[in-house]
Design a protein. Structure first.
Ligand code: ADP
Length: 479
């Protein structure tokens, strides 16, 4: 619980690291100081023993001259040094009590010669053996107090021991505040996110002074908010439009029924009211059907299991069925002919595209006009186009006619709700295809649906299978 936050966990971890590193540094410093102090003392003592021997060589039988020579050359007592010369079991020279009184020369034991300096009490002794011209063994001891080295060592250890925890505390505090400072933008972002509502959808997470990665996270979240906002406003606009569209026929139906209920007494009035109500009911259920189709297309986006559909055959069939509607308005419908054009799709939905397009063409073409439907294949796509010589669409409206509830001239009493082309577009997209429009006002319009050919799809799939097979073949050969 204590280390739940990233800050405390990070600070704890790096303090632990600092403690380990600090202890290692302390140990290493003290040990290496110890080692170098000993080495330096030992080599100084060895040198001095050699020099003492140089002086003592001819004087071992004359202790007074030897003592005089040594004290003139080495001044042992003022410089706190210890020097002793022995031969044949007798001590021929021994320095006196040093001025700092750190050791007592009389108490220093007689030691056997050794290759390194040896600590004895508060003094380090180096013992060397030499042989004089008569073949007698002469032993020279040189010594020096190690008090200084030991004092330095203890002081060093103490100051490191006190200094390191202070350093550690300072590092922990600095680290904590740095982390707090680095995470402040996150706190600000959390507050902004908590206060976000769709009532004020333009609010975004503030990113000033944030760490680059945190800023990147904020930017990504802000882009996500942009997308959510546009999806949300799309949905709310859609429901407002849908409610608006549904209200008109409902109001008319209600008015007609109220008329019948209150003051219609003549059977002809009742008949007329019922006929009007029925017409509006039909329109209402048309709109509801369209809305259901649209929302289904969206929820099934890309999940449909597609079967081969021949666009050529589909176009011919649809024209056969709709030519009667054209005849009623004296509009000639011409259909395509040619080789089958197979695409992968949902036959009913693709047929709905053609029905909507031809229905519009008939609606927006004056009597005596003509409509021509073409189908075929080019490159990797199959296409069907519906061309009329009707009223045409102004270029300003070309993109918008595919939007839901969009009508070019809504007040001209058109019967559609502006959903036909939106359905066409969503069906084409669900098939991985496109719908495009070319139109010149007063001359006519041409809508073209393009869907990837089944052959192109299966060729691509086959190519994939072939590459995969080749790759696995290579693998098995290598293996
Ligand atoms: P509706 O179902 O109301 O016809 P659509 O989505 O099918 O709605 O069409 C949207 C608008 O595009 C229509 O209001 C109409 O003005 C215009 N439009 C569609 N097809 C044609 C066409 N073939 N010629 C001229 N205008 C057209």
């Amino acid at each position: 619980m204590m280390f739940r936050s990233v800050t405390s966990r990070l600070v704890f971890l790096y303090c632990l690291l600092l403690v380990i590193l600090g202890a290692a540094f302390l140990g290493f410093t003290v040990l290496s100081f110890n080692y170098f102090a000993r080495e330096t003392t030992a080599s100084a003592l060895a040198n001095r023993a050699g020099e003492v021997w140089n002086i003592a060589q001819g004087l071992t039988d004359q202790p007074a001259r030897l003592a005089d020579a040594i004290s003139r050359r080495f001044s042992p007592e003022p410089l706190d040094r210890f020097i002793r010369v022995r031969t044949g079991g007798h001590t021929v020279y021994q320095s006196g009590l040093p001025e700092n009184r750190e050791f007592d020369p009389i108490r220093i034991p007689l030691m056997a010669p050794a290759s390194s300096a040896q600590p004895t009490g508060s003094i380090v002794i180096y013992t060397a053996a030499f042989r004089d011209s008569h073949g007698r063994s002469v032993i020279v001891d040189t010594g020096q107090s190690d008090q200084f080295a030991r004092t330095v060592q203890t002081r060093l250890a103490t100051s490191l021991f006190i200094g390191l925890p202070i350093l550690l505390l300072a590092a922990a505090l600095a680290g904590y505040f740095l982390m707090r400072q680095a995470l402040t933008p996150v706190e600000v972002m959390i507050n902004a996110a908590e206060n976000y509502t769709f009532n004020d959808p333009h609010n975004r997470l503030p990113l000033v002074g944030a760490e680059p990665r945190i800023e990147a996270l904020g930017l990504a979240l802000n882009r996500m908010l942009d997308r959510l906002d546009s999806a949300y406003s799309h949905v709310s606009r859609f429901s407002a439009d849908a409610a608006h569209e549904l209200r008109t026929p409902l109001t008319i139906i209600r008015g007609e029924l109220e008329l019948v209920a209150t003051n219609a007494r003549k059977p002809s009035d009742v008949d007329q009211a019922i006929a009007n109500a029925l017409e509006e009911m039909t329109r209402l259920s048309g709109i509801v059907d369209s809305l259901i189709t649209l929302s289904r297309m969206e929820s099934l986006w890309g999940k449909r299991t597609h079967a081969p559909v021949d666009l050529m055959e589909l176009a011919v069939e649809t024209i056969d069925q709709m030519s009667l509607m054209g005849d009623e308005k004296n509009i000639a419908l011409t259909g395509p002919s040619g080789a089958p054009v197979f695409v992968a799709g949902d036959r009913e939905r693709l047929k709905q595209v053609l029905v909507n397009l031809i229905d519009n063409a008939i609606k927006y073409t004056k009597p005596g006009g003509r409509i021509s439907v073409q189908a075929g294949a080019r490159d990797d796509v199959g296409f069907v186009s519906v061309e009329d010589n009707g009223i045409g669409i102004d270029p300003n409206h070309h993109d918008k006619v595919f939007e839901r509830f969009y009508r070019v001239m809504p007040d001209r009493g058109e019967h559609g709700a502006g959903l036909g082309l939106a359905i066409v577009k969503s069906i084409c997209h669900a098939h991985g295809g496109t719908i495009s429009l070319r139109s010149v006002p007063e001359f006519g319009s041409s809508f073209t649906m393009e869907i990837p050919l089944l052959a192109a799809k299966s060729e691509a799939a086959a190519a994939n299978v072939a590459t995969a097979a080749a790759a696995s073949g290579n693998r098995s050969q290598n293996g």
